[in-house]
Design a protein around this ligand. Structure first.
Ligand SMILES: [Zn+2]
Length: 197
């Protein structure tokens, strides 16, 4: 093609879930089939890059220092639901079954992929608990080996903090995560949470 087209395709291929053919198809769509839509997309990307950041309290996406959930005074700050990724939060919010706050770890422990405790958003979780006012931490992590390891690690960290630690009860096959659970399953997983620590 052209150097600019190839560069765009190369960048698109680095996005999750896009192989070479998908990247090429999107590049063609943007440049040839729908070029009128391109300026708005570029503008949206620039605006998001400039404004969107991590909430300083919970790690969720935010346009300000605090995300919309942390800034919402009707949410219960005494209950923190620890999740792996932002889409897990979206899944809980969509289920409408949770009115506490969240903490996004941005991953889970994985020695194979080289993800250690220092790579996760854990220090700010401990700081939130040390600041007081937290009654319960709900571990809503995947139901697989890495999720288990992360739950163990977190419960060790929380052992001396004087908070109740629970884990959601998955009605899912082993290996299932929050993201792929439907609203009813998430609601029952929350209601069926068990003491973990
Ligand atoms: Zn937040």
């Amino acid at each position: 093609m052209t150097p600019a087209f190839d560069e765009l395709t190369k960048r698109l291929r680095k996005l999750p879930g896009l192989g070479h053919r998908s990247a090429e198809r999107i590049a063609l769509h943007l440049l040839v089939e729908q070029p009128d839509a391109l300026p708005a997309l570029v503008e949206a990307l620039e605006a998001a890059a400039a404004r969107v950041r991590r909430c300083t309290r919970c790690g969720n996406l935010a346009d300000a220092e605090l995300c919309a959930i942390c800034a919402d005074t009707t949410r219960d700050p005494a209950v923190i639901c620890a999740i792996e990724h932002v889409p897990d939060l979206v899944a809980f919010e969509r289920s409408g079954s949770y009115r506490g706050s969240y903490h996004v770890l941005h991953g889970r422990l994985s020695p194979i992929r080289g993800v250690g405790p220092g790579d996760l958003n854990v220090a700010s979780l401990l700081a939130r608990i040390d600041a007081g006012g937290v009654r319960e931490v709900i571990l809503a992590l995947s139901n697989d080996v890495e999720g288990e390891a992360t739950c163990h690690f977190l419960s060790d960290q929380l052992a001396t903090k004087g908070v109740q630690v629970t884990r959601i009860g998955f009605g899912l096959p082993s290996g299932g995560g929050v993201l792929y659970a439907d609203a009813v399953t998430l609601k029952s997983a929350l209601e069926g949470r068990r003491t973990y620590l």
